[in-house]
Design a protein around this ligand. Structure first.
Ligand code: PLP
Length: 231
């Protein structure tokens, strides 16, 4: 087994254990293996076919998807999405984790209709309220969702967050709990193209805590592929 496949198996075991520990079914939590900066050749020899891979740059993702295809791998977009790159998005990614404003959502809607697809998205929330972070602020979420109701080219599936980094994963718990509570309050916005089933939260350093607090997707990079060089 390759080191990458070995790491992947370990992460999956830890995910299942965290789910069990909190009384959840292990298959209620899925993994995005964050492959940003990892070359296609390294992914290919890793022996991890069937994985969901997470990318945060559109051009890098397009190159890798061309090299590796969409049969052996599933692709999610997890990064800041520039509006001039949205035209490449429809049909390329199974889920966009990082929509945080109505202009971006409208662009994805428009290009999706043009390609005759519906693009599943999550709304990225700046749950800690730090000024440097991407994401809609929690008090503005309901207003944003109201604006997305009419956008038939997107389907909102839930929320995503990146809490402030802290080496102690327990420090992230309150942020994960806050996102889950926000999701629970938004369940009432239950319309045709908006559901709140998914919670994308937790990374290499804190995914077990995120699972204990209700994550349905964790996004794990370095624990699988090793430390990244600066990007
Ligand atoms: C890079 C990245 C991750 C993975 O981070 P690791 O600490 O390497 O697990 C998760 N989510 C997002 C949005 C990222 O950009």
């Amino acid at each position: 087994m390759s080191l990458i496949a070995d790491n992947l198996a370990t992460v999956k075991e830890r995910m299942a254990e965290a789910a069990r520990k909190s009384g959840r079914e292990p298959d209620a939590v899925r993994l995005v293996a964050v492959s940003k900066t990892v070359p296609a050749e390294r992914i290919e020899v890793g022996g991890i076919e069937g994985c969901v891979l997470g990318e945060n740059k559109v051009q890098e993702a397009r190159d890798k998807i061309e090299a590796l295809g969409t049969e052996s791998y599933h692709w999610h977009f997890i990064g800041r999405l520039q509006r001039n790159k949205v035209k490449y998005i429809p049909g390329l990614f199974e889920l966009i984790h990082s929509v945080d404003n109505s202009e971006l959502a409208e662009d994805i809607h428009r290009y999706s209709l043009k390609h005759d697809v519906v693009t599943p998205v999550l709304i990225q929330v700046n749950i800690s309220g730090e000024s440097s972070k991407s994401g809609v602020l929690a008090p503005n979420l309901e207003e944003l969702l109201d604006m997305l109701v009419s956008l038939t080219g997107i389907s909102v599936r839930g929320l995503m967050t990146i809490p402030p980094f802290d080496p102690d994963p327990e420090k992230s718990r309150k942020h994960f709990a806050a996102l889950r509570n926000l999701r629970d309050r938004m369940q009432k916005v239950n319309v045709e193209n908006i559901s709140m089933d998914e919670l994308s939260m937790g990374m290499s350093n804190d995914f077990e805590v995120a699972i204990e607090e209700g994550a349905t997707w964790v996004r794990v990079g370095s624990a699988i592929f090793g430390e990244r060089e600066a990007h």
